[in-house]
Design a protein around this ligand. Sequence first.
Ligand SMILES: C[S@@+](CC[C@H](N)C(=O)[O-])C[C@H]1O[C@@H](n2cnc3c(N)ncnc32)[C@H](O)[C@@H]1O
Length: 205
Amino acid sequence: MVANNRMNRERRLRAYRRELGVDVAAFLASRPGARWLDLCCGTGNALSEAADTVTGDVEIVGVDLVDFFAVPPRPPRLQLITASVTAWEPDAAFDLITCVHGLHYVGDKLGVISRAVRWLTEDGLFVANFDARSVRRADGAPAGPRFVRALREAGLDYDTRNRRLRSHGRREVRLPYRFVGADDQVGPNYTGQPAVNSHYTAPNR
Ligand SMILES: C[S@@+](CC[C@H](N)C(=O)[O-])C[C@H]1O[C@@H](n2cnc3c(N)ncnc32)[C@H](O)[C@@H]1O
C-alpha cells in the first residue's frame, strides 16, 4: 500500500464525473435513500459536495488509509472512515461504489474489487479507475489480454481505452488469480504518479 502527499486527494464531484464517466450527484438524486461508498476517498471533497447538494435521503461513506479529510463528517449523511480498503468491511449494501485513482496504490487490487462488487445492492453500480497493466504474473510479466478476458468472463466490464472497470449488481467474482505480493518501486503509471504493481499466480491455459 502506498500513500504520499504528491497524490491528488482533493478531487471534487466534477472531476469524479470526468474520471469515472458517471455523474454521481445525478445517480444519487435518481435513487431516494441511496447509499454511496467511495473507496480511497482522499480529502472527502467530492463526498461533502454530494452531501451538500443532493436533496433527500442519502448516505455517503468514504474510506481512506490516512485521515487527511478536509471536511467534517456529518453522520449518518456523511461518514469518513480511516481504514485500509483491503480490510474494512461495511455493515450494509451500497447502491454506488466508486474508487477514483485509488486502486493504483493497493497491493491486492483483485481482492478489493471482488469484495466491493459483493457489497453492491442487487442493482448497484461499481466503477473504478483501474490499469490492467498493473496486474502482473508472479515473474513480473504483464498478465495481459488473458487477464482482461478473465475479468470479462467474471462479469466485470473493463474499458481498456479509459482504464475503467464497471460492474452492475451484487455478484461473487471468481477470478483464477491468487495474490502473491506487490511492488511499490515500479515508478509512474499512466497517471504520472508512482504506482504499485500487483502480482498473482495465473492459470496456465
Ligand atoms: C490519488 S488519491 C485519490 C483520492 C480521491 N479519490 C480523489 O480522487 O481525490 C489515492 C488515495 O488512495 C488512498 N489509499 C491508498 N491505499 C489505500 C488503502 N489500502 N486503503 C484506503 N485508501 C488507500 C491514499 O491515501 C489516497 O488518499
